[in-house]
Design a protein around this ligand. Structure first.
Ligand SMILES: Nc1ncnc2c1ncn2[C@@H]1O[C@H](COP(=O)(O)OP(=O)(O)O)[C@@H](O)[C@H]1O
Ligand SMILES: [Mg+2]
Length: 242
């Protein structure tokens, strides 16, 4: 379809030095403005799928198009329109960079290499900090924050980018229940108000926000189900009861 924002055709990705593909034969089409949950057990290929979509990981077979362009050729350009919150992050205590500067990094793609941030850039950074309840931590070194606070900083950086696509890899993993609900609500609102396309990776069915209507179930590197939330959740539950 002409306005598919993400399109994978017969895609497989093999890690360097490995023989078995981590994801294989993936056919997946996401329309602009969709909110899709990607679920599956550990090792299913969820992280590999997200990193194949944003081109951080080169795919071995098939075609990946994002915003109508080939990720293999235009990865850097495309990533400036994609907000990505990785699953793995660890900033040790000596990481001196301040929270505000990390969030400002989300603006770099717009600022360009040799220009200075504008008032608009600083305003977007401030808004993202406030939305995530980080305003008071803005001048603190990232390395001195808790894992949950660091995860929120990465979310703020992704939002400050004003991306067309948001790829979130288990973004609730370090958050407590209350923060989890707040962040889910925030993502839902951004999706609705800004017609943002969101791919949300989770391993926990319970955590799928209500507003997320489509669920893709991955297992063993393949898509096992893709469809309406209720249907996929039922299939997943049945498979795990056996
Ligand atoms: N850097 C890597 N090198 C080799 N194999 C990897 C690497 N990262 C992940 N894998 C393998 O790829 C498969 C999918 O992993 P991953 O995408 O991280 O799954 P998930 O995010 O669903 O837990 C697993 O079998 C995992 O062991
Ligand atoms: Mg993962």
């Amino acid at each position: 379809m002409a306005d598919s924002i993400i399109e994978l055709k017969n895609v497989s990705t093999v890690y360097e030095g490995e023989r078995v593909p981590a994801i294989r034969d993936i056919d997946l089409t996401i329309e602009s403005g969709e909110f899709v949950a990607i679920i599956g057990p550990n090792g299913a290929g969820k992280t590999t799928l997200l990193e194949t979509i944003n081109g951080l990981l080169p795919h071995t077979r098939g075609q990946v198009r994002v915003l109508g362009q080939d990720v293999a050729r235009f990865g850097t350009q495309l990533r400036s329109q994609i907000g990505y919150v990785p699953q793995e992050f660890q900033f040790d205590e000596t990481t001196p960079v301040l929270v505000r500067d990390v969030v400002l990094m989300g603006r770099y793609g717009r600022i360009g290499l040799f220009r200075r941030p504008t008032a608009e850039d600083y305003a977007q950074v401030q808004e993202a900090l406030e939305l995530l309840g980080l305003a008071e931590l803005a001048e603190r070194p990232l390395g001195k924050l808790s894992g949950g606070q660091q995860q929120k900083v990465l979310l703020a950086r992704a939002l400050a980018k004003e991306p067309k696509i948001l790829l979130l890899d288990e973004p609730f993993s370090h958050l407590d229940c209350a923060a989890r609900e707040e962040v889910a609500e925030l993502i839902t609102r951004w999706h609705r108000e800004r017609s943002l396309t969101v791919l949300l990776v989770l391993h926990d069915l319970e955590a799928i926000p209500q507003s997320c209507h489509r669920v893709v179930l991955l297992n063993g590197g393949r898509i096992r189900h893709d469809g309406a939330r209720e249907r996929v959740v039922r299939a997943f539950t049945l498979a795990h009861r056996e």
